[in-house]
Design a protein. Sequence first.
Length: 185
Amino acid sequence: MAQRRNPLPVIPIVAVISRHAVARQWGIKQLCERFPKIAFCSDPQPFEASGYYSQAMGENLEKQFVGFDQPADPGELADWKVWTNSLEAHYAAGHEHPETRPLNLDCGYITEAKLVLATTKDRDHRIYLTEGIYAEVTLSYTGRRWTHHRWSYPDYRTPLAIEFAEQCRLLLRQHIAQRRLADEL
């Protein structure tokens, strides 16, 4: 019989999307309450999703990738998504913006081998977790480079996303190496 093993920790990540800088700043501040230390935060970049978000979020959207320093349990991904969805709803209810969804917080994590995103939408390549949340491997690290899949969103195929994923992966490798050293002592 195979032995069960606990998974290695992961680096939590969140893509913060809004056309309002104040909404992105609010979102990042709230995220830091659960994930206290930011390791990486990209500058805002134009975000185009073929009009998918236009009706709910407006035009001229910008996106920031945020990676957190404290490794976490990947089994918590569904909880993170439920929580970020509640943050989005809280922001929309408490702030005056013309859009119904002025803030989008897409959470996930980085391992040494993959970038995983949480979503509420089921598709053939997604695995159900719990509470209406699914997981998708958006990028894979293979052959010493990040590769996308047929389903990977266009904004995760960009040099910015690849660089961000690599920074988070290297940070995770440092944490794992430190953990192994501490275990040996």
